[in-house]
Design a protein. Structure first.
Length: 261
C-alpha cells in the first residue's frame, strides 16, 4: 500500500498542506502567491533563481510570490515529507508578510520547527472546521513572527555567476523581445553553453523560464485591472491567441476571468 498522502487545512486566506510522497508534485513552479515550505525529511535539494541547496531535515524555506523554484527529489520518493503554506494577503498580518516575503532565504530554528510539527499533528486531529481554522491562523502568525526574529540566523543560496546574470537580465527586460540568441549576445558566450549552464542550474529551459515569468507578471497586471490584451503586450507577448492558450494552461482559467473589470 502506498504511503503517499496530502492533508489540508484551509481558510479563505491561507492554505496549509502536510504531504508525503510525490503524488501532488507539479514540477517547476512560478506562482502568484507566497510560500513558506518546511522540509521534514527525505532526500531532496531546493533549486531556485537565487541558488541551490541540499536540504537538511527541519529546514524552513521562505519563497516570495513570482519567484521560480523547484524541489529535486532523489532516493525513495515516499520519504519526501514536508509542510507548506500558500498565501497572498492575510488580514492583520500584511505588514509582516510584506516585510519578510521579499527574498528567498532558508532558516533552521527549533521554535519554527516546533510550530510546524504542531500544524502537522493538527491535520490528523478530530476537530471542527472553525476550530482548525482559528488554530491555523494563530500558528501561522507565530511562525511569521519567529521568522522575523530569527532572520539574522538565516542563510541564502547563490547561483552560478552566468545564470545569475541571465536571471537579472530577464527580470529587467521581461517586456522586451527575449530569446537565447539575444541573451548569449548580451553575455558574450555561445548559445549552447548558455543553455547548458541555465538548465543545469535551474532544471528548466530558458524559453520555459521566460514564458512562465511573463505569464505570472501578466496575471498580476490583470488582477490590478489592466486589460488582458494590454497585459499580454506589456509582458512581451506578440500573439494574443498564443498568450490566451498558455495563460489558460498555467492558471486553469482564461485571462478575462482573472479579476479584470
Amino acid at each position: 500500500m502506498s504511503a503517499e498522502f496530502a492533508r489540508f487545512i484551509k481558510t479563505e486566506e491561507i492554505k496549509f498542506k502536510y504531504a508525503k510522497g510525490m503524488r501532488d508534485i507539479i514540477g517547476n513552479e512560478i506562482h502568484p502567491y507566497h510560500e513558506i515550505f518546511f522540509y521534514i525529511g527525505g532526500d531532496a535539494k531546493f533549486v531556485s533563481e537565487s541558488g541551490t541547496e541540499k536540504l537538511l531535515p527541519y529546514t524552513t524555506i521562505i519563497i516570495p510570490k513570482e519567484t521560480f523554484h523547484c524541489f529535486v527529489v532523489s532516493g525513495n520518493e515516499e520519504d519526501y515529507c514536508r509542510c507548506v503554506f500558500n498565501f497572498e494577503n492575510v488580514s492583520e498580518l500584511d505588514t509582516i508578510i510584506s516585510d519578510k516575503m521579499n527574498r528567498i532565504f532558508l532558516l533552521r530554528d527549533d521554535a519554527v520547527s516546533e510550530l510546524f510539527l504542531k500544524l502537522k499533528e493538527l491535520t490528523d486531529i478530530s476537530m471542527t472546521k472553525t476550530e482548525k481554522e482559528v488554530l491555523l491562523k494563530s500558528l501561522f502568525a507565530q511562525i511569521l513572527v519567529y521568522i522575523k526574529e530569527q532572520e539574522q540566523h538565516s542563510f541564502e543560496v547563490h547561483l552560478h555567476p552566468v545564470t545569475e546574470k541571465i536571471v537579472r537580465y530577464i527580470e529587467k527586460n521581461i517586456d522586451k523581445p527575449l530569446n537565447i540568441t539575444a541573451l548569449a549576445n548580451e553575455l558574450y558566450i555561445s548559445e549552447s553553453h548558455l543553455a547548458h549552464i541555465f538548465k543545469k542550474d535551474l532544471h528548466i529551459s530558458i524559453h520555459k523560464y521566460i514564458l512562465e515569468k511573463r505569464l505570472v507578471l501578466a496575471n498580476k497586471k490583470i488582477k490590478s485591472s489592466v486589460s488582458p490584451t494590454q497585459a499580454a503586450l506589456e509582458c512581451g507577448f506578440q500573439d494574443y491567441s498564443g498568450f490566451y492558450k498558455q495563460y489558460k494552461k498555467m492558471f486553469g482559467i482564461p485571462p478575462s476571468k482573472s479579476g479584470y473589470k
